[in-house]
Design a binder for this molecule. Structure first.
Ligand code: TYD
Ligand code: MG
Length: 457
C-alpha cells in the first residue's frame, strides 16, 4: 500500500498536502516537515483492530461516573499542580528546557509512588548506571522501581507488557522512535506517532504515563501543538538555570485547574519544595535601594509576594532601550507611556529595565501598579518606604482598577510583616486588619505615587 504523506508545521501543527517554505497558518519559516502516516497494518505495540470496540452513542445521564483514582506523588507541590495527584490512566507531558530538572523531579516522584504502585522509568538519555547514581544521590530505592534504558518504542512497550507497571515514565519523547518510520528520532513525525501510541496504551491498559518533552529555544515544545492536543495534562517546568528556584505550571489539565503552580528549589540533593514562596522570593530584598516594589500576585489559589525591580537611566544616544524580564514587554511599554502622559515622568528620554527577582514570570494585571511604582522610584532615585507593597491594574487614563482576591493579597502582606498596602478603591469585604497596618486606597496612579512616597515608615 502506498504510504500517505503530508507536511506538518513543527511550530503550530498545521497540516497540508504540499510543502511550504513559510507556514500558511503561523507564518514561521522552514518549519514544514514531511510526515508519513504509519502503515495501515497495525505495527507491534499499537492497537490491533480486534482490540477496538465499536462505540455506541449513550445518553449523557446513563454514563456511569466514578471518582477518578489518583496516585499521590509524595511531592505536594506536584500533586497540587496535577489537581490532587496523578489520575490513573492519564497521560502527562512534562516540558521544560534541558537541564531544568525534569528527570530529577520524575525520579523523586518515584520514591513515594513506589509505595502504592509499580513504576517503570524508561530513559533514552541516560545509561542505567547514570540513573542509579542519580537515584543514590536523591536517596531513592525501592523494589517496586524498575529502570530500563531503551529508545525503541516497540521494544519498550513489549517490556512494559511483561512487567505490567502502574506508572510508566518515558524520558524523553524526543529520544524514542518507531522503527517502521523512516524519520529520525525527535522529528515531528516520530514524536507524533510515538506519543499517539503511548496515549493509546495509557487509555487501554489504565497505565499512568509521564512523558518528558524538551523545550526548544523559543520556549515551545518541539512539535508543540501536536503533543498538547493529545495529552491530558501539560506541565511546564520553568526557571532560570542560574537561579535555584523552579516553577511548575500546568498549561493544560483535564483533571484539574490550570492555574496552580508548584515552586521548587534545586539543591545538592535534588528538588526541595518551597511551601512558602513569598518568604523565599523576598529574601535578600534590599531595604533602602530605589527602584524596588513588592507586588502581590495570585498564582492559582495562592497569593505570592514578588519583588519587581526597575532601572531607569538617561538614554546615551538614539532611541531609548526597554527591556523586561518576568513581565510582559508590551505591558511595560504601555505603563511607561501612561507614566509619561498622566504623571509627567519624562521617560521618553530614558532607558528602562524591569526585572522580577527569583526568575518568576508574572502575567496578571494586578502587577501594573507595583511596576509603575518601581519605575517612579528609580526615576526619582528615591526608595519606597520600608514595608510598602502594592497591587492594582492601571487603565489607560491612569486610573486604578479593582483586581480579584484583594483580601487574600492583603492577608499575605500582613502575614509577611508588611505595614502598608497601596491598592485601588475597591471593596475588601470584612477583614480583620491588625493595628499598625495601613491600607491606602487610591483612585489613580498619580495619587498612588504620592501616597507611596509619603507613606509612614
Ligand atoms: P535534570 O533533571 O537532569 O534536567 P532535565 O531532565 O530537565 O534535562 O537536572 C539537571 C540539573 O540539575 C543538572 O544541571 C544538575 C542539577 N542537579 C542538582 O543541582 N542537584 C541534584 O541533586 C540533581 C540530581 C541535579
Ligand atoms: Mg533529563
Amino acid at each position: 500500500m502506498k504510504q500517505k504523506s503530508s507536511f506538518l508545521c513543527s511550530e503550530c501543527g498545521y497540516e497540508s498536502a504540499k510543502w511550504y517554505g513559510k507556514c500558511p497558518s503561523c507564518g514561521a519559516w522552514n518549519t514544514m516537515e514531511e510526515f508519513r502516516e504509519a502503515k495501515q497494518t497495525a505495527p507491534r505495540g499499537t492497537l490491533a483492530k480486534s482490540d477496538r470496540r465499536r462505540n455506541k452513542p449513550l445518553q449523557i445521564d446513563a454514563i456511569e461516573t466514578q471518582e477518578e483514582v489518583r496516585l499521590h506523588t509524595g511531592i505536594s507541590e506536584l500533586d497540587r499542580v496535577l489537581g490532587g495527584g496523578a489520575v490513573k490512566g492519564s497521560f502527562v507531558l512534562v516540558g521544560g528546557e534541558p537541564g531544568i530538572g525534569k528527570s530529577t523531579l520524575l525520579l523523586q516522584m518515584c520514591q513515594e509512588m513506589c509505595r502504592q504502585a509499580k513504576v517503570l522509568y524508561v530513559s533514552g538519555e541516560e545509561s542505567l548506571r547514570q540513573i542509579r547514581l542519580r537515584a543514590d544521590r536523591l536517596h531513592i530505592s525501592s523494589p517496586e522501581l524498575f529502570v530500563l534504558a531503551e529508545t525503541d518504542l516497540e521494544e519498550m512497550i513489549e517490556e512494559t507488557d511483561l512487567l505490567q507497571p502502574d506508572v510508566l515514565i518515558v524520558d524523553s519523547i524526543q529520544t524514542v522512535y518507531k522503527s517502521d518510520l523512516s524519520s529520525a528520532p525527535g522529528n515531528t513525525t516520530q514524536i507524533k506517532e510515538c506519543a499517539m501510541t503511548l496515549m493509546q496504551y495509557a487509555k487501554r491498559r489504565g497505565v499512568t504515563i509521564f512523558i518528558v518533552g524538551h523545550v526548544n529555544k523559543e520556549g515551545t515544545l518541539a512539535g508543540p501543538k501536536i503533543l498538547e492536543h493529545m495529552v491530558d495534562c501539560v506541565l511546564y517546568f520553568e526557571g532560570e538555570k542560574q537561579i535555584s528556584f523552579r516553577c511548575l505550571r500546568a498549561a493544560k489539565n483535564r483533571f484539574g485547574s490550570t492555574n496552580e503552580i508548584g515552586v521548587f528549589e534545586m539543591s545538592d540533593c535534588g528538588l526541595i519544595e518551597v511551601p512558602n514562596p513569598s518568604a523565599a522570593m523576598l529574601s535578600g530584598h534590599p531595604m533602602d535601594a530605589s527602584g524596588n516594589c513588592i507586588a502581590c500576585t495570585i498564582e492559582g489559589s495562592r497569593p505570592i509576594l514578588a519583588e519587581i525591580q526597575a532601572l531607569v537611566t538617561k538614554t546615551a544616544y538614539g532611541t531609548p532601550r526597554r527591556m523586561s524580564a518576568g513581565v510582559d514587554y508590551n505591558r511595560m511599554v504601555l505603563l511607561l507611556a501612561i507614566l509619561e502622559k498622566r504623571v509627567g515622568l519624562y521617560l521618553s528620554a530614558s532607558d528602562a529595565y524591569i526585572n522580577v527577582i527569583g526568575g518568576m514570570r508574572l502575567d496578571e494585571p494586578a502587577i501594573d501598579l507595583p511596576i509603575a511604582l518601581a519605575v517612579a522610584s528609580s526615576y526619582r532615585d528615591q526608595p519606597l518606604p520600608e514595608g510598602v507593597m502594592a497591587f492594582g491594574e492601571v487603565g489607560l487614563t491612569g486610573e486604578l482598577r479593582a483586581v480579584t482576591a484583594a483580601a487574600q493579597r492583603i492577608h499575605e502582606a500582613i502575614r509577611l510583616g508588611f505595614s502598608t498596602c497601596i491598592m485601588p478603591q475597591q471593596d475588601i469585604g470584612r477583614m480583620k486588619i491588625p493595628e499598625g497596618f495601613h491600607i491606602i486606597q487610591t483612585r489613580n496612579i498619580a495619587q498612588a505615587i504620592g501616597a507611596a512616597f509619603g507613606a509612614k515608615q
